[in-house]
Design a protein around this ligand. Structure first.
Ligand code: SAH
Ligand code: AVI
Length: 374
């Protein structure tokens, strides 16, 4: 049994699993964190953060990622996985988006957390908060503050694919919450979730920001199933979701959130090509694509494409070429929207039961607290 918290991702090193045990000042078992002290920013797709040279496992992981990427770009409808948005620049652009007037999601979720966390945390007393796609953990602090106030806070496990951003987040949190074990994990949350048995219960697994909506139906179902399988009695899953249009939420409101007047979302979208170039050595001309986000009512989701402004040939190392025709879209992101019915159906399939559905007065956004099905 290892004492580290790990969430398996691509390119992980088997040797990392054998980390030594330590103790906290209070004598509680320490939940060992991987060393992710700030260092040269690695490409987003790398999850290898030890100080040694990349091993064959990491190289194989990268080769798999390149194979998947090229398969997506050769598909009849071209696509790039949305996780490639999040290098350091992409993460900062997303932070900028969260402050935009049009992007109501973050501030609505923040208000819901502020309204409900003190009461719920005091009631349920989670000892560990695991957060998927934690980013800057700005809103997580609302939960952590409530855990501190309730005197139950023991460990925080932010999981994110953006390594450099995660290390900044972890360093900041260690300073802000001295008694808390902060155990960052660089990993792809679409991969199996493997939590250390040493993390104290009750545990909450949080997935905020409506990031679930960035995964397709199959991935989302798998993710929820794996989360449900990790929950013991008393543990909870806290999900934040953006809601579908309704009487007080016109479609235009959703579309405006993804087509902001300052063009920050367009820069965030195009940055995915820069990340692919940096990670795989391709030569996408970032300026040769236009951002397009449209709400697809049938699917209940925003669909974001980068549309080629001219015919082009994109080169990858190893003489691989991708041809893109003028007007051809590359799907870079979906942002699914939910309602009570779609969540109930997803949760039912995953083995989760909704405890509380907490929605703002305008019906924009919901926090869903759930537990394992009996
Ligand atoms: N939870 C924060 C950040 C949301 S942005 C909030 O609510 O504001 C989405 C976050 O998920 C980013 O930090 C990004 O790096 C991370 N992310 C996206 N795809 C991921 C994946 N496949 N695996 C792990 N993290 C991912
Ligand atoms: C992180 N994720 C939930 C955001 C969303 O709304 O889909 C990413 C984003 N894309 C454009 N704007 C924000």
């Amino acid at each position: 049994m290892t004492d580290r918290t790990k969430v398996r991702g691509s390119g992980r090193r088997p040797a990392e699993a054998d980390r030594e045990k330590g103790e906290t000042r209070s004598g509680e078992p320490r939940i060992a964190a991987r060393d992710i002290a700030p260092r040269e920013a690695p490409p987003v797709a790398r999850s290898d953060h030890s100080s040694e040279a990349p091993d064959r496992g990491a190289e194989a992981g990268r080769a798999d990622e390149l194979r998947d990427l090229l398969a997506g770009l050769r598909a009849p409808r071209k696509r790039i996985a949305s996780k490639y948005h999040y290098d350091a620049r992409g993460s900062r652009l997303f932070e900028e988006i969260t402050g935009l007037e049009e992007y109501y999601l973050t501030r609505t979720e923040r208000a819901l957390l502020k309204r409900w966390m003190p009461e719920l945390v005091d009631d349920l007393r989670p000892a560990t908060l695991v957060e998927l796609g934690a980013g800057s953990a700005e809103k997580s602090r609302i939960i952590l503050d409530a855990m501190n106030d309730a005197g139950c806070a023991r460990a925080y496990v932010p999981v994110d694919v953006s390594a450099d951003f995660l290390s900044e987040t972890a360093a900041a949190l260690r300073g802000e919450y001295p008694g808390l074990e902060v155990v960052p994990e660089v990993a792809d949350i679409a991969e199996p979730l493997d939590l250390s048995p040493d993390l104290p219960h009750p545990r909450w697994i949080a997935f905020l920001g409506s990031t679930l909506g960035n995964f397709d139906d199959r991935e989302a179902a798998g993710l929820l199933r794996r989360i449900a399988a990790r929950l013991r009695d008393g543990d909870r899953f806290l999900l934040g979701v953006d809601l579908r249009p309704g009487p007080t939420k016109p479609v235009e409101r959703i579309e405006a959130a993804y087509n902001d007047s300052r063009g920050v979302t367009a820069r965030f979208s195009r940055n995915i090509l820069a990340v692919v170039n940096d990670t795989f050595g391709s030569d996408f001309d970032v300026e040769a694509f236009a951002h397009r986000s449209i709400y697809a009512a049938g699917a209940g989701r925003i669909e974001t494409d980068l549309v080629a402004l001219r015919d082009q040939v994109v080169r990858f190392p190893g003489d691989e070429e991708i041809r893109v025709a003028a007007g051809e879209p590359i799907r870079t992101e979906i942002s699914a929207k939910y309602d009570r019915l779609t969540i109930d159906a997803l949760f039912d399939e995953a083995g989760l039961v909704v405890d509380r559905w907490l929605e703002d007065e305008e019906g924009l956004y919901a926090l869903v607290l759930s537990g394992p099905a009996p």
